[in-house]
Design a binder for this molecule. Structure first.
Ligand code: PEP
Ligand code: MN
Length: 338
């Protein structure tokens, strides 16, 4: 249930309602918008049925949220959420945020080369995996803690926000100490303990849609993170499995505007993992922006043929630069900026 407050509701009235909700064993979650404040009620809300919340001072109306996700829903937070990634970068607002970098951090030199190139192209966010979820146990698994240290060092040197994947609950603290944004990979979208653990941090989280997950399941996974107290969640469409095998996965463009109607959270697209082919990355990134994505996640490598992972889908830095120019044009056409 959500309690919509009157525009002039006072702090004392909000506090009183919060206390009443807590008294019956439920959790109030307050969302302060520019227009009005909304209190989401989490837990078995039946206990409140006998409490006429509508007549409490400051309350305008009480709504039942039919969707199984509550805090993630548009009803709870009618305005778009804008998430601060640090270093002056915000996602979810007018400016679209390109996130670029290698699939895996391989060594200091390559990471610095890529950081320099993407920054010169105008990107402000550097990605790079230190813990890699590989299909084969014999494939490169990432540099682990050493990779995290390199990411931190290079992010600081080039003043770039850093994004990296965390795969294990035991590593959340370590990764959170070394990176600005935590990524939950597609394969871990329903690792509920991991979701709760990143929910207990205040770090922005990129939550990737599972390879075989519905939009509703993605939103339920996001709900885990929000209900643990972390509202800084960015949803990422990275391609789903379909019968089509020309591409690695199928980028579900339609989920971008769909999620925008269902949720207030920012949405980004990852055309690199979706297509698995570098030649398809730019058109899909542009399609994602045209469909309303708040950001794109692009794999970039100076020598894709030598990449330790995902070389076939990695853009050369000059191709990324060309994409940045095209993204600016598409963004402008829909009243946004890159
Ligand atoms: C990645 O971003 O490098 C990655 C492994 O992505 P996904 O979890 O979408 O496969
Ligand atoms: Mn990758």
């Amino acid at each position: 249930m959500i309690i919509v407050l009157k525009p002039d509701a006072t702090e004392a009235q909000i506090h009183y309602i919060e206390e009443r909700v807590k008294k019956v064993g439920l959790t109030p979650m307050v969302s302060r918008g520019t227009q009005r404040t909304i209190i989401g009620v989490i837990g078995p809300e039946d206990v409140l049925r006998v409490t006429p919340l509508e007549v409490f001072p400051g309350v305008e109306k009480v709504l039942q949220v039919l969707a199984p996700y509550k805090l993630v829903s548009r009803e709870f937070h009618p305005e778009d959420s804008i998430i601060d990634l640090g270093r002056g970068v915000k996602i979810g607002a007018k400016r679209i945020v390109p996130i670029a970098g290698p699939c895996a951090i391989e060594n200091r030199e390559m990471l610095k080369t890529i950081a320099k190139e993407i920054k010169a192209a105008g990107a402000q966010v550097l990605r790079g995996g230190a813990f890699k979820p590989r299909t084969s146990p014999y494939s490169f698994q990432g540099l682990g803690e050493e990779g995290l240290k390199l990411l931190k060092e290079v992010g600081e040197e080039f003043n770039l926000v850093t994004v990296t994947e965390v795969m294990d609950t035991r590593d959340v603290e370590l990764v959170a100490r070394n990176a600005d944004v935590l990524q939950i990979g597609a394969r871990n979208m329903q690792n509920f303990n991991l979701l709760k653990e990143v929910g207990s941090t205040k770090k922005p989280v990129i939550l990737k849609r599972g390879l075989m997950s519905t939009v509703k399941e993605l939103l339920m996974s996001a709900e885990y993170i929000l209900s643990a107290g972390n509202f800084n969640v960015i949803l990422c469409e990275r391609g789903i499995r379909t019968f089509e095998d020309f591409t690695r996965n199928t980028l579900d463009i339609s989920c971008v505007p769909a999620i925008k109607t269902l949720s207030h959270l920012p949405v980004i697209v990852d055309p690199s993992h979706a297509s698995g082919k570098w030649g398809l990355v730019s058109p899909l990134a542009l399609a994602g922006i045209a469909a309303g994505a708040d950001g794109v996640l692009i794999e970039v490598h100076p020598k894709p043929e030598e990449a330790l992972s995902d070389g076939a889908q990695s853009l050369l830095p000059e191709k990324f630069k060309e994409l940045m120019i095209k993204m600016k044009a598409v963004a402008k056409a829909i009243g946004r900026e890159v």
